[in-house]
Ligand binder design. Structure first.
Ligand SMILES: Cc1ncc(COP(=O)(O)O)c(C=O)c1O
Length: 366
């Protein structure tokens, strides 16, 4: 039987990370591949986080309301628990938010080029997806905020999706910019979703705290714990949103979607020992990013000096360079699915791994 529209013609979005079927087709051993295509902390989870996940009782159902994790987050963020909704990765929360706020025929505006899930989730709700794109030229990324605010007032989208720092361009919109955009979204009667998945991996400057803007009731912040705390396989993220949105998210979320090990790992990730691990990881990544930038410049490449732990690099053919690197056991993200076929995205890894990538790039570039 045919699935209902629009599911019958929906296609999955392209993503980074290893695809075992692809590697099998190419005869590449996954154990031999260094993954620069997913921007996850290469130092791995803090020992305390691993230990907490191991100790979780997987024979019992997890707490459906994630109360322990929400209380720990609430203390850390200075918010009430009623403003916090964990999810099975922030990807689950993107999906749920679209279902909560978008009906067939509604407009959703995606500030692109960006993570593909905002568009996918919106389309699956029957929404019309509009795009307002940053300019991307070699190493220059520019967002015309006045133009974007004007488009919001004109098109009156129900939901505006903004990623900051943005995947794959790395640009971070300061609090003043978010406030300006939120003003337009409020005037247009919509909801602004700011995805801060890479917030804890900002290596240059400090991201502004946007939680003070939540009070107005038209903003949702999404945070991921899979990147900075290296829990991509465990899956954990959370939304910060007004209580009525959190209540609706909890109803829409399938029960037990946040596993017991994920909840335990999340609590441990907020402990002082794990915070120290993250701080050390960020220091290492900042040094490593500076060396990677120097190496890319030496190769004569143009790249966006993003705020977070990845670079968008212009290479001519993203697909060709990805394939040539994969043959050498290095996977990068071909950016064609973002509408940037001349670019690849490289996650910052440890200096010795980056050096290997730079050497391989030197061989494969025309
Ligand atoms: C911008 C952005 N948001 C959300 C996600 C999903 O993160 P999570 O692992 O928390 O589901 C990703 C993953 O690549 C991402 O790049």
């Amino acid at each position: 039987m045919r699935p209902n529209p629009p599911f019958d013609r929906a296609r999955p979005e392209a993503h980074g990370a290893l695809d075992l079927a692809e590697l099998e087709r190419r005869g590449v051993d996954p154990e031999e591949v260094v993954d620069f295509s997913a921007s996850v902390n290469p130092c791995g989870p803090a020992p305390a986080v691993l230990e907490a996940a191991r100790r979780a009782d997987i024979a019992c159902y997890p707490d459906r309301t994630c109360l322990g994790l929400r209380r720990t987050l609430a203390r850390r963020l200075g918010l009430d628990v009623s403003w916090i909704c964990p999810g099975n990765g922030s990807a689950e929360l993107i999906d749920l938010l679209a279902r909560l706020y978008l009906s067939p025929g509604d407009a959703a505006l995606v500030v692109g080029p960006t993570f593909g899930e905002y568009g996918r989730a919106s389309r699956l709700c029957g929404a019309r997806v509009l795009r307002w794109d940053r300019g991307v030229r070699g190493g220059e990324v520019s967002l015309d905020l006045d133009g974007l605010a004007g488009a919001v007032l004109r098109e009156r989208p129900r939901v505006v999706w903004l990623c900051s720092p943005n995947n794959p361009t790395g640009d971070l919109l300061p609090g003043t910019g978010v406030r300006r955009l939120l003003g337009a979204v409020e005037a247009a009667g919509g909801l602004l979703v700011v995805d801060e998945a890479y917030r804890d991996l900002v290596l240059r400057g400090e991201p502004d705290d946007l939680t003070g803007l939540l009070e107005g009731g038209r903003l949702v912040l999404l945070r991921s714990m899979t990147k900075a705390h290296a829990l991509a396989g465990l899956r954990l993220g959370y939304a910060l949103a007004p209580p009525e949105a959190v209540r609706a998210l909890e109803v829409a979320r399938p029960p037990w979607s946040v596993s017991a090990p994920a909840q335990a790992a999340g609590v441990a990730a907020l402990s002082p020992a794990a915070e120290e691990h993250l701080l050390r990881s960020r220091r290492l990544l900042a040094r490593s990013a500076a060396l990677l930038a120097e190496g890319l410049s030496r190769l004569g490449l143009r790249f966006a000096p993003g705020a977070a732990n990845f670079f968008l690099v212009e290479v001519g053919s993203g697909r060709g360079v990805r394939e040539a690197l994969l043959r050498r056991g290095l996977q990068v993200r071909d950016c064609a699915s973002f509408g940037l076929p001349a670019h690849i995205r490289i996650a910052v890894r440890r200096p010795e791994e980056n050096a290997r990538l730079l050497a391989a790039l030197g061989e494969v570039l025309p």
